[in-house]
Structures are given as C-alpha cells and as structure tokens.
Design a binder for this molecule. Structure first.
Ligand SMILES: [Cu+2]
Length: 168
C-alpha cells in the first residue's frame, strides 16, 4: 500500500509542476530568443551528390517546451526535418512534422538520428566552407545561423542507437 501512496505523491508533485508551467504561459518566452544552438555542422559530400544534412544540439534552458516546425537553407532546393528509423535492421529516413525541444532539456540532431535534410543541393558541400540554416519554431519565431561544412562519418549501423536511450 505504501507503493500506492508513493505513486499518488509523485502524481501530486507532477500536477503541481504542470500548474506552474501553465501559469507561466502568460509570459511565454520567444523560442528564437531562448533556444541555444551548439555545434551546428553540415555533412560534406562529393560534387554531384544530390543530398546532405545538417546536425546540431538544441538546448532549451526555459520551462516552456518548444519545437521546430520547419527549416530552410540556401544550400538546397528543399529542406526537411527528418529522423532515421531502424526498420528491421534497415535504416530509413522519414520526414517528421516537428522536432520537440523539451523544457529544461535538449535535442541532439546527429547522424543516424534526427537531422535537417538538404534535398537537391544548390551549393558544393566542401569541407571548410559554410552554409546557413533558418529554423522556424512552433511560435513562428525564426533563428538563422551559419553552419560549417565538415567531414562527417556515416553511422556504422543502428547498433546501440535507439532513441529511447536519449529520452528524459
Ligand atoms: Cu534525411
């Protein structure tokens, strides 16, 4: 029975946390002024390749959850939000409608996982050069920043990947 009481206590605390978050929505911060971007980089690809990808770490220091709903880049004709899934051992990329950046949390875009997909390259993706990306958040605020182009190893496989390992 103590377990049940303990569970109820946890739920009670959680409920209070939610109320506190809701109370703050009146003064909701602007995503583009709040989210921090660390170590953005784009994958260098040989000339003639059609596609590449951009990776980064997004940190949300606020108590407001945010998400990215779109990305654009002068590097490509089409820019999409993608994730990579393991479908019976085969790595498959899928477009996602948004990427969540949890309150007081972070979201890592990296090879074999979430990425900004550059489809139909319009510029050479050479090591040492730069491109840029504009992220649009769920509150419609936008953030544009430079992205250095780097050599990025392809993920060796899906071994040990698993998004669940990164859940908070
Ligand atoms: Cu992709």
């Amino acid at each position: 029975m103590n377990k049940v009481l303990a569970s109820l206590a946890v739920l009670g605390v959680w409920g209070m946390t939610l109320s506190a978050v809701q109370a703050e929505t009146a003064a909701k911060p602007v995503a583009a002024n709040t989210i921090k971007v660390y170590s953005p980089y784009a994958r260098a690809v040989p000339p003639g390749q059609m596609n590449s990808a951009i990776f980064m770490t997004l940190v949300n220091p606020s108590k407001t959850p945010f998400s990215i709903k779109a990305a654009s880049s002068p590097a490509s004709k089409v820019t999409e939000l993608h994730t990579t899934l393991n479908n019976n051992g085969v790595m498959e990329m899928r477009q996602v409608p948004k990427m969540d950046i949890p309150a007081l949390g972070q979201t890592v875009l990296k090879p074999g996982s979430l990425h900004v997909m550059l489809i139909g390259l319009k510029q050479d993706m050479k090591v040492g050069e730069k491109t840029s990306v504009t992220l649009t958040f769920d509150d419609n605020s936008q953030m544009k920043f430079e992205v250095p182009i780097q050599e990025v190893a392809k993920p060796a496989g899906m071994n040990g990947m698993g998004h669940s390992a990164h859940m908070h």
